[in-house]
Design a binder for this molecule. Sequence first.
Ligand code: CMP
Length: 137
Amino acid sequence: ATEETLVLVKPDGVARGLTGAILARIEAKGYALVDIRLVEPDRERLAQHYAEHEGKPFYEPLLEFMLSGPSVAIRLAGNRVIEGFRSLAGTTDPTTAAPGTIRGDFGRDWGLKVQQNLVHGSDSVESAERELAIWFA
Ligand code: CMP
């Protein structure tokens, strides 16, 4: 079914000038850009977005990283786009993400406490609705 998902180009992706390369893959795959904006989220917005990770060892480093610079938020639409974008992104760890994926091709392991893995994509219809409301309030 046609779905919408939230994609973030995280601060490492924006800072490294990879926004265009990431968008090119999304567009080549045929997904539709419904809305796109540069966002500098505050701590409160990030705490909402990452509520499920509160208390995990990477939670604080994750918020610090996400506060380190702007992200690009994208409202993306398409048939099975939630699953499809996660497939384009590759798995969380950039070292083992498959070549051909965004994280596999561009992601670097900096040896930090948090994976700076370039992109975020919602993991379910429920998460997508919740996250889109946070980033496109
Ligand atoms: P994201 O899809 O934005 O959701 C949570 C983020 O936390 C994830 O991408 C990574 O940036 C980071 N993350 C998730 N799991 C780990 C982990 N085990 N170690 C370090 N960082 C992680």
